[in-house]
Design a protein around this ligand. Structure first.
Ligand SMILES: CC(C)(COP(=O)(O)OP(=O)(O)OC[C@H]1O[C@@H](n2cnc3c(N)ncnc32)[C@H](O)[C@@H]1OP(=O)(O)O)[C@@H](O)C(=O)NCCC(=O)NCCS
Length: 388
């Protein structure tokens, strides 16, 4: 019989171009608030390191390095890798171990240090998550995958780029209120709509950032939760989905089939529907990805995501607040840390602890995390429920 599992604490480093810190120091920065809350190393049974691409630092065996640096060298650890979903894949692995009774308390730590190399090299490393024989050599890097989706969405539904610019304006509006964000600045609609092209129709403000940073959460089995908090965030739904390796094999480009399957599985397991969700952290690696997520998660009908954007239903006081921490767009996207950072934000919002009241969502009972790897090969959707 599976045990109930809750997120009981979280920590977060500053995201950005962190030339001041090594990978191990970023991890320590994310673990420190957890330690300060009283969850010292002796209370943690095992850890999972979410670290997507060792090419950036050249560091192999990352979980051994990090466990050693933060004082968990004598506890079991492992590393998980699944492109941009590495954070939630790590959490899924840890949840499985705690739920099955292998451990009671686990630390999930996500990190990536992407700025020790140029943007061109970073683009190449990220592209290695695609098919290195049949995609990358033909110029299909990440911006290109999502530009294909944006072009198709525009042609099928007649959408103009201004909708994507409005998503970027929203993300930067909230990122500007998040002290942990990589690029905490407001942008105007004109700036976002007319920025330099990166891969048409996507421009600079349609792209997420190349970021260094770390985030951490601690999960615990039901029997142990009270030792750590009286505000547990229960993990009630986990759905995983997959789509074809190559984008050309998809039957649609205006939806990510694996995301729909992941969402349906997560809703079913949690016993809720999309209308019950009070906030969502979605994988906006590009603005078009956020738009498609609204539809894949059931917040809007196919082709109707633009209406949700026009009506500002995605703002903190709207029907379904999305990425009010700035998202991957403004808070940043350090690959291995991203899914863990999304989870941290749901915990923060549930506890009413957003740094700024202008980005605090009122009364969050159910939160959702949607984390996509590559162009949709892997997708994890988590549903969380407030436990107090
Ligand atoms: C768009 C991109 C190519 C820009 O990289 P770049 O040209 O090397 O940009 P730089 O780091 O030199 O920064 C140049 C300026 O643009 C800004 N900038 C960089 N990326 C930005 C972004 N994504 N959004 C907004 N501004 C950005 C910088 O802040 C800097 O501004 P400044 O001149 O006022 O200081 C890069 O951000 C990118 O590849 N993003 C996508 C990452 C990705 O694919 N992730 C995986 C997705 S699943």
């Amino acid at each position: 019989m599976a045990r109930k599992v809750a997120v009981v604490a979280g920590g977060h480093s500053k995201f950005g171009k962190r030339y001041d810190a090594t990978m191990r120091e970023l991890c320590a920065e994310a673990y420190k608030p957890i330690y300060d809350e009283g969850i010292s190393q002796d209370k943690i049974d095992a850890s999972v390191l979410s670290y997507a691409a060792s090419q950036f630092t050249g560091q192999g065996a990352g979980s051994a390095l990090i466990a050693d640096y933060i004082g968990l060298h004598d506890k079991p650890h492992l590393r998980v890798e699944s492109a941009c979903t590495t954070g939630t894949a790590s959490l899924r692995a840890a949840w499985g171990m705690v739920s099955a009774g292998l451990y009671d308390v686990m630390l999930v730590l996500g990190v990536e240090q992407m700025n020790r190399v140029s943007s061109a090299t970073a683009t190449e490393y990220m592209s290695q998550a695609g098919d290195m024989r049949w995609e990358y050599p033909f110029g299909i890097s990440f911006p290109a995958f999502y530009a294909l989706m944006a072009s198709r969405y525009m042609s099928e539904y007649g959408m103009e780029h201004d909708i994507l610019a409005k998503i970027a304006v929203k993300s930067h509006h909230y990122g500007a209120q998040n002290p942990k964000a990589h690029l905490p600045k407001e942008v105007s609609f004109e700036e976002a709509n007319n920025a330099i092209p990166i891969c048409r129709p996507l421009n600079l403000y349609d792209c997420s950032l190349i970021t260094d940073g770390a985030a951490a959460v601690v999960i615990a089995a039901e029997e142990r939760v009270k030792e750590f908090t009286d505000q547990p965030m229960w993990i009630t739904g986990i759905g995983a989905g997959a789509s074809s390796m190559m984008i050309q094999d998809r039957s649609t480009l205006t939806s990510i089939p694996g995301a729909k399957r992941a969402a349906q599985a997560a809703y079913k397991m949690a016993g809720v529907e999309s209308k019950d969700i009070d906030m969502a952290q979605v994988h906006d690696c590009f603005t078009i990805a956020e738009l498609i997520a609204y539809e894949d998660l059931g917040f809007a009908e196919p082709g109707k995501g633009p209406e949700l954007v026009e009506n500002k239903e995605n703002y903190h006081d709207g029907r379904i607040p999305v990425n009010v921490d700035g998202g991957l767009k403004s808070k940043g996207h350090p690959l291995g840390a991203t899914g863990v950072s999304m989870t941290y934000e749901v915990l923060k919002q549930m506890k009413g602890e957003a740094e700024n009241p202008t980005r605090q969502i009122d009364d969050v009972k159910h939160g959702l995390v949607h984390n996509v790897g590559q162009s949709g090969q892997f997708v994890n959707v988590f549903i969380y429920e407030r436990g107090w």
